[in-house]
Ligand binder design. Sequence first.
Ligand code: NAD
Length: 446
Amino acid sequence: MAAAAAGVTAMGSKRGLAAENSEQSKSKGVTMADHADKPMDRVRVGFIGVGARGSGHVEQLLLIDGVDVNGICDNWEGSAERSAQACVKAGRPKPPVFDKGDYAYRDMLARDDIDAVFIATPWEWHVKMALDAMNAGKHVFVEVPAAYTIEDCWKLVDTSEKTRKHCMMLENVCYGREELMVLNMCRLGVFGELLHGEGAYIHDLRGQMNEVEHGTGSWRTVHYQKRNGNLYPTHGLGPIAQYMGINRGDRFDYMASVSSPSRSRAIYAKEHFPAEHKWNKTPFKCGDLNTSIIKTTMGRTIMVQWDEQLPRPYSRLNLIQGTKGLWGGFPDRVVVEGDSPNTESFEQQDQLKRWYDRFDHPLWKHIANDPSNRGGHGGMDFVMMWRLVYCLRHGLPLDQDVYDAAAWSAVGPLSEESVRSRGKSLDFPDFTRGLWKNREPLQISV
Ligand SMILES: NC(=O)c1ccc[n+]([C@@H]2O[C@H](COP(=O)([O-])OP(=O)(O)OC[C@H]3O[C@@H](n4cnc5c(N)ncnc54)[C@H](O)[C@@H]3O)[C@@H](O)[C@H]2O)c1
């Protein structure tokens, strides 16, 4: 069984961010910006971690043409076997199962009938597994956040460049219907020049603390005990970064972060577990609500919030403001000067239909209504999987590359350091090593 979060440290690296940032190590390979591999006839995949999230990945990929599932690894007894049986139920051969110990995944990586590996394990395992997979010649698709130290962000970049293997973080929210439509509207200039964005992950997940021995809460709760900052920044931020062309014409320059007091987890632990329980033994360090502000090199601003414990409705904010108008999510609303009836009130609810009719993203229209789309999270999971398989099979660059994985994930460790230093402003590393200046903003076409 996994050592769970035993390896979680307050910040991950003892050397500190200054040392890590100064290590903008010379590339050990060629850039992966806009890298396209040769087209694959079939995409032969393996999975590491098939718990709550990874088991869904298996089911999604079984629905997509041209995918062979050739290995499933999970070190919790019965988990890998369950996902292997899902393959059989789908009329596929039963894939080999790797379930003996924390490093059984390395036996799977040794196989030569696997091209791409999906990693959906606890955060402390992501980077180790991703590096091993790329070094074994596999493309990597890793869950969010890809890494939680700056040093590890660099390791992903260096290893992807050295091995010429894709390392995509599975930021599914970039494939939501709203997010794709807003991306389309941004590219078409509907909002004018983009000036400000807001993204968040606000989701009351206290109930996960009831997963004490195994499952999400068993390892995620340990992070809340040891770290204070934005521990899960990418769901709200990824789409905003794509709207603004981060790493493609602009980049994150610096950021500052503050956290509220930490209260809700301790209250929940006291109400639901005995005094001697491990959730009551170690204090929770993580502030209930973290707020970060990012400044981009083009001078734009982004607010990123994170809160997984307060009693309030779910939100990712998903707000983008330009010189001509604004889109905001949760609840969805829009105003565009010269197009909306006035700029004093938002168009909302049934008034939004005309915007979807005009700007629904071609990718969404192409695939989301496909009868095979039984995708989770409103269809975004299926669209993401469909799209990455399409890119691999057609030899196209992926929509999210290792530089996006590193820059979006870097908000985690930078927020921790800033919170520790009274909201001090900290520089982002330039993971693209200057290439962001000459890249075109992302266009997703099918
Ligand atoms: N994108 C999304 O919407 C979304 C949603 C949920 C979770 N996630 C991410 O997915 C990842 C997994 O989260 P989860 O909620 O599924 O957690 P989980 O605990 O349910 O699943 C993790 C699985 O990894 C396995 N595992 C742990 N160590 C292992 C090892 N050494 N070798 C093989 N297997 C190992 C566990 O046995 C478990 O089955 C996390 O990174 C999380 O942030 C993303």
